[in-house]
Design a protein around this ligand. Sequence first.
Ligand SMILES: Cc1ncc(COP(=O)(O)O)c(C=O)c1O
Length: 428
Amino acid sequence: MTQELFERSLKVTPGGVHSPVRSFKGMGRAPIFFKSAQGASITDVQGNEYIDFCQSFGPLILGHRDKDVQVEINKAIDDVWTLGAADPYSLELAEWMVDNIEPLEKVRFVNSGTEAVMSALRLARGFTKRDKIVKFDGCYHGHVDSMLVKAGSGLADGTAASSSSGVTDNQAADTLVLPLGDETALIKLFENEAKNIAAVIIEPLPANFGLLPLELEFLKKLREITKQNDSLLIFDEVITGFRMALGGMAEITNITPDLVTYGKIIGGGFPVGAFGGRADIMDQTAPLGSVYQAGTLSANPISMRAGLATLKKAAKSDHYEVLNKRSADFANALRDLINKAGKNIKLVQEGSLIWLCPNAMDKEINSPADLPQDMQTQFKSLFSELLKQGIYIAPSGYEVMFMSHAHDDKIIETALLKFEIAFRNFKQ
Ligand SMILES: Cc1ncc(COP(=O)(O)O)c(C=O)c1O
């Protein structure tokens, strides 16, 4: 049935999907069409159930269709679907975020992480009256034109080249790309370009080319050098916000960025994004300031209420401690199973994010350049063995696994039995 749906879909949608990674490109098979989900479980159109470690790429920190969030969504649907006007729901979510998150003095809601980044970059340029944005090779910031770039010929001078057709040389030229974690390159770039740099944007825990934890010292250096040169520091916390801790990586590193971008968890599974930070910067946004930004469905009431219900529940007592501890225990148990099966798979875990990277067990991976050449080929075989056992992880070796509160001890126990068989059958 999946094949039939995919063939129909190919006729009406480019590649048959509405976001590239969903196509299972490189996984050697048609994508699975899923129809429903509950908690840690997801069901395909043929009725097969999988334990879901993708969780829609991260928004579902409570798992699919959490009971309490669903009650709030039902009320929201009964009240209103969209207003295009001022409303109390976005106010409540904004107040809650500003009260609970240190770097946030003001926040504006949008519809996706990409939109949040696009708006934050425009705001940074408008505020500083400078053009250039520094990004790092190995960080993903959505499909904003100026972020679809790769390091150009001279990596050390930050020259960027477009990494997507349709992105002009001029757009790429306003982005400077640096190697991840390279303090020397950072200092050199600021020596040459400081007066032009509006902002430095970074995923404070890069989680889109595998999981590439950074040295705290590097992030501190970023804070220092941006402050010294009147450039802004933007933390892209679309994945890490409200996941690594309530206050995301800003809380964990104790670094206060000037602006932060969010998405995923703050909409509780509904479309959302947000950018926020220092009030003097945020107030440069329309209608107060000259940086234009708007949206018909921005701060949609369903997203706002699902988001607030999710955040309030996740913020309760020891939820983060429990989730992070359970994820660490699960990761350790997986490492034991990998060893027992005698397979070469690197496992990196930070908080509730876990990354499996075949053929890299003894390799240090700090940037995309360190990834093993045949990673995707080996990952394809691992992915296929996991699917056979009823484990669903994102269909790409670059993506991480997302744990949720719904992955309780019982589900983890079942999952470990399945992983054990999959690791054993995995042919390297
Ligand atoms: C760090 C980061 N920034 C931005 C984005 C873009 O968010 P969206 O897919 O909601 O546009 C993503 C998406 O995964 C992300 O991981």
